[in-house]
Design a protein. Structure first.
Length: 80
């Protein structure tokens, strides 16, 4: 899963916990061997939520190229 989003109007009402629990059920039913997700590095609220659940934190780095930078990035790949 990329990210889990809960509308601000229902946060702190158990919705995030219910969604995560249901997703674990899906993962188990589908025979998954792990369940990964991410949050932006600046999303402190989500990070505190996951830390409160003692979710194991991974040390993976993400990268993003915006559409406006496609040409410049591709040029760097090609060494131009």
């Amino acid at each position: 899963m990329k990210e889990l989003f809960v509308s601000p109007t229902v946060r702190q009402k158990g919705v995030g916990k219910a969604l995560l629990s249901a997703l674990i059920d899906v993962a188990r039913r589908e025979g998954c061997t792990r369940f990964d997700w991410a949050t932006d590095g600046t999303n402190g609220g989500a990070q505190r939520f996951y830390e409160a659940l003692a979710a194991p934190k991974m040390t993976k780095q993400s990268y993003r190229v915006a559409e406006t930078e496609f040409d410049a990035f591709q040029a760097r790949i090609k060494g131009k």
